[in-house]
Design a protein around this ligand. Structure first.
Ligand SMILES: Nc1nc2c(ncn2[C@@H]2O[C@H](COP(=O)(O)OP(=O)(O)O)[C@@H](O)[C@H]2O)c(=O)[nH]1
Ligand SMILES: [Mg+2]
Length: 320
């Protein structure tokens, strides 16, 4: 079978096979769960680093420098960039591509951007599966860059072991937005563009906000950077390593793995049932019920019940 060959090539570290498996997951193709089942045993080794912040904060510039820092230590790096705004602005990834040309030429760096095609639902879990594939391929670190503006990005960043939140001077209201959600889950704060006015004020603002955070063993570090000039990136690298060590030593990493395994199982179950429904909707009886619903002869909710009870044969009683 085609898929088996592909997976075999994946284990032989064929980057093209890696790309193809990721595409299967990205498109949510029928083979998605088969791919995941096959690669899963080799996952769990990579450190997952989330980098989020408003558009233009310098995340990609920073990621570029971080890749270099990880490569200097001999780590293999995977990068997943999830930037829905790029479908509107068009050139965003092109700019990244030129900047990161050196990384495309390094066999131990794998860069991938994820298009959203306007359908945001289900994006976060799929991003998480793509991270697993890079992990299984043998990446020591997987960096996920997301634009930190909405719930979806917050969902993606939740999958990261270490969550880096990038802010810059002159954000104004966006700083307020940071207070919600993202602030609570950040492990390391970066104030980038430290070469511009107002960086120290941002640091003060963040310190104030940190007082409002729930008491915890981990005290997020605030790192000043000039990504463009490669300043502060060594300190950021160190802060990330410190957090990684904290996760391992405090037992937090083990707890996170437990939750992740549970979520993965739940996700696989839901996807399997979805697939089963799609399959069953093809049979004549289901089509007849659908026809009745379509033509207004049957209440859609009642139609759903009939299909569930008589065709899927799942016994769900009202109110459960
Ligand atoms: N002045 C200054 N500009 C920066 C710095 N880091 C990045 N930039 C610029 O900010 C712009 C947006 O950078 P980019 O990395 O694409 O931001 P992203 O949208 O967060 O990924 C680019 O023009 C960068 O050259 C910095 O430290 N200082
Ligand atoms: Mg970017």
């Amino acid at each position: 079978m085609e898929l088996e060959k592909l997976i075999e090539r994946f284990w032989q570290k064929d980057r093209q096979a890696l790309s193809k498996l990721i595409t299967i997951v990205e498109n949510n193709s029928p083979y998605m769960l088969d791919v995941m089942k096959a690669v899963y045993p080799m996952t769990g080794k990579a450190h997952i680093l989330g980098v989020t912040g408003p558009p233009g904060a310098g995340k990609s510039t920073l990621v570029d420098k971080l890749i270099k820092a990880f490569r200097n230590e001999g780590h293999k790096v995977g990068v997943l960039c999830v930037d829905p705004s790029s479908i509107y602005s068009g050139g965003a990834f092109l700019g990244d591509r030129i900047r990161m040309q050196w990384a495309y030429e390094d066999d131990d760096v794998y860069l991938r951007s994820m298009a959203t095609r306007g359908e945001l639902g289900g994006l976060a879990p799929r991003a998480s599966e793509i991270i697993k594939i890079m992990d299984a391929f043998g990446k020591d670190v997987v960096i996920v860059e997301t634009v930190g503006v909405g719930q979806m990005e917050a969902d993606i960043i939740r999958y990261a072991d270490t969550k880096v939140v990038v802010s810059v001077p002159g954000l104004g209201d966006q700083m307020q937005a940071l207070k919600g959600g993202i602030l609570e889950i950040a492990d390391v704060f970066v104030v980038n563009k430290a070469d511009t006015n107002g960086a120290l004020e941002v640091v003060d603002d963040l310190k104030m906000m940190l007082h409002l955070r729930k008491e915890s063993d981990w005290k997020p570090e605030i790192v000043l950077t000039e990504a463009l000039n490669n300043k502060g990136t060594t300190e950021l690298y160190q802060a990330i390593q410190t957090h990684k060590n904290y996760l391992n030593e405090s037992g937090t990493a083990a707890l996170m793995s437990q939750t992740r395994r549970e979520h993965t199982c739940l996700y696989a179950m839901k996807e399997t049932i979805k697939k089963y429904i799609d399959h069953k909707m093809e049979i004549e009886e289901a089509k007849l019920i659908q026809k009745k619903v379509r033509e207004g002869g049957l209440n859609p909710y009642q139609g759903a019940n009939e299909i569930i009870n008589n065709i899927l044969k799942i016994n769900i009683r009202e109110g459960e």
